[in-house]
Design a protein. Sequence first.
Length: 472
Amino acid sequence: MKILFVEPPKQPWFVMGEYIPPPLGLLCLASYLEAHDPEIEIQVMDCQAEEAEWDDVEKQIMAFQPDLVAPSTVSSCNAEITLRTVVLAKEIDKRIFTVVGSQHFSVLAQEVLAGVPQLDFIVRGEGEQTLLELIQALESKRSLTRVKGLSFRHNGKIVYTPNRPLIKDLNTLPFPGYHFVREHMLNYRFPAGKDLPYALVEGGRGCNHSCSFCTQWRYWGKCRRKSPQRVADEFEYIYQEFGSRFLWLTDDYIQLDNWMETLCDELLERGITEDLMWFFQTRVDEIIAGKTLLPKLRETGMQWIMTGLESHDPKMLKKYQKGIEVGMGKEAIELLKENEILAQTTAIIGHRQDSHETIEAFRKWINDLDPDVAVFMTMTPYPGTPKYEEALASGWIEDPRWERFDMVHAIMPTEHLTREEVQTELYATYRAYYGWRRRISGVLAKNKVKRTYYRHMMRKGFLATLKGLFRF
């Protein structure tokens, strides 16, 4: 069977700049299929790295003549683009099987299958084993009901097979299939990362917390880690085989514990840290608990940590089920700066109780904390989260277009603000934080990563681009 994985044409998320990451999910699926069934013929088309448009996708499908097309969906805001790929494949050849996955489609399988006749299958949850069994069942014409984690139409009804158990040992997974995109590896970039060749490493899946706005803990379950030796193997493989020098450890939940210390020791022992830069995201309480490990992390080339502050209001942190205290943010930021690690934070405005006054208080708070980089987002209730269930039941979602579920377009009002006012407040928050004084100090910063980030932001007219996005 011939499988075509497609990363469709789409715009980068503006907060990241001209950000082109490898399609890690597709590469994991491709390598798994290759390892378990060498007879499968696989191609991966990454339209971002290849600078390809929709007519190029059409040409690729016609030239390769796949039996199955599987486009990626990174987030809900990409869902319509994913389905456009599905429709295109069926227009070219109705015999092509089409399949999608991700958190978004796993949650909304019923309505998507009912509304998109060109879509044949939805893989729910972790996709590796389910996709392999689906392909094997199609090849042998066996019953699809035996494939766990699958949704599809049969005799006019939507069929849900039982959920597939999560993979217990992630060390059994092969390395992501970067060789499928080898010729494009130097096109993957994160401009704020000093223009170094860029790649992603997955150290684990899942999260032990349950923030009410986050999809990850429901989708991936409790945290499951690969061994630190295995993760170091992936670092070394990507570093040596593909020349990548800027790596993102993409885990949603990272602890600064013995596991992380062992990873640091492994990286230092392998001698790849001299020109390596890497970063990850973690919680403020983990930064504080693991503060003695920060110097060793910095020694390995780890120069950047992103952490979620979310709110200045203890009541909101409790509603978000965040499990942190307001004062932890300042302590964590100071620790990162002391160790010359870029401190990037995320925070949310637009919760139900927000008003002009509460957002102004938030702006004063975040300005006092002074993270190196601050990302502000509107409250976005993603499918599969408690927030989505609450917002849907309460009728709060005024703009249901999935393309707007990108955390920079306000899709809901608050009790005190219209949706338009929430949008205006988001722009005002960015403008207030990134005033000329902070931008100039960023451009002249001693920290090289911060300096590069701000120069990129200034060069691309960050605030002007942001304002241009906010059209209703």
